[in-house]
Design a protein. Structure first.
Length: 358
């Protein structure tokens, strides 16, 4: 049942969801790229947990790190739309430049740190300047770390939201939802047919905008039993190996889940937790944590895991301790990167840009 929503949306809980989505990415990357490399079963370890006919595949099959990326895309679109509706008018130049800086400054930071580390480790070696510049400043470049591929999708999606928000702000709610819905479906069809991954994920960011417009104006009233049943149905939506079709499925599932969870007791409790000082601080490092997690994984994690296995000679102990050490290192690194690049340098750049535009 739908009614007009008269309440202010609560969004802080999404910071917690984003943080745990990033942790899920860290875990899947560790599982596939580190633990599977050193375990005697190799890549076959995936079949023990995630692939049919494994019993656990009933729950886990199809839920790779890309599902977490779908969560991050939808949340990015939702929060961007919320921000645009609650802030003073922003110029096109200011928004486009600051959004680029917000996404790419932490990337520049981790790339510089990686170059410094390689210089100390390997000494004076030749580096391709064009390769380095592309890796540091081009959104989506995988020259330094492969998982940077999705950053271009976040940026394009945010730009699309800004443009569509200003084009449709005078339209009625139903008109906005209809136009956005048609635009999203048509773009999905086009980019799916052309097999352009980045733009498919950029449209996934745009779905977060549609969800925001919907829940901002309408409130969904459903008994908790129906909500729980619906969540279970969503979990078992058609699943399969990674493909663009499955990625779109992931986005649809995330949109339904967020819509069902809004105005629920779970969200209210999570929002209360997210408003507290320490959790809010921890959840605020999500993006930096995502950006930095490849450094330790690429250069130290395999040696650490092998060393721990030599000590404990129990794979489950090695698995837990190795992942915990890696995650703690990543988090500490993320705090440093966040303080320097996301706060200090980013805010300084924003102030300079404001003065230039005036």
């Amino acid at each position: 049942m739908l009614k007009k929503n008269q309440e202010e949306l609560k969004t802080n809980w999404l910071n917690a969801v984003r943080f745990f989505a990033v942790l899920y990415v860290l875990w899947t990357h560790y599982e596939y790229e580190i633990f599977a490399e050193v375990h005697p079963l190799g890549q076959n370890i995936e079949k023990l947990f995630f692939m049919p006919p494994s019993p656990s595949s009933w729950l886990l099959y199809g839920y790779t790190g890309k599902y977490a990326v779908a969560v991050l895309c939808v949340i990015s679109g939702f929060v961007t739309a919320y921000s645009l509706n609650h802030k003073n008018k922003t110029s096109v130049v200011y928004y486009f430049v600051t959004r680029y800086l917000r996404i790419m400054l932490p990337v520049v930071g981790i790339c510089l740190f990686t170059l410094a580390f390689l210089f100390i480790r390997d000494g004076m070696v030749y580096y391709d300047i064009a390769y380095i510049v592309k890796g540091m400043f081009l959104p989506g470049s995988k020259n330094f770390y492969g998982y940077f591929w999705c950053l271009s999708s976040f940026l394009i999606g945010n730009y699309l939201i800004f443009v569509l928000h200003h084009l449709l702000k005078k339209a009625s709610v139903k008109a906005r939802l209809s136009i956005l819905g048609v635009f999203i479906v048509l773009n999905y069809c086009v980019w799916y047919k052309l097999y352009i991954w980045d733009l498919v994920w950029a449209i996934s960011v745009l779905t977060g905008y549609w969800i925001y417009e919907f829940v901002q104006n309408y409130k969904l009233f459903l008994p908790y039993g129906i909500r729980i049943f619906s969540l279970l149905v969503v979990w078992w939506l058609p699943r399969g190996d990674e493909s663009l079709k499955i990625y779109i499925r992931d986005t649809v599932a995330v949109c339904i889940i967020i819509t069902l969870l809004l105005n629920s007791r779970v969200v209210n409790r999570l929002n209360n937790i997210s408003n507290q000082k320490i959790p809010a601080e921890i959840f605020g490092y999500s993006y930096s944590l995502y950006v930095v997690h490849g450094f330790f994984m690429n250069y130290f994690a395999i040696d650490l895991t092998i060393g721990l296995q030599n000590v404990f000679n129990q794979w489950w102990i090695t698995y837990i301790i190795s992942f915990l050490i890696k995650t703690l290192f990543d988090f500490g690194f993320a705090v440093m990167l966040n303080c320097l690049f996301e706060k200090l340098i980013y805010k300084k750049c924003c102030r300079i840009l404001k003065q230039m535009i005036k």
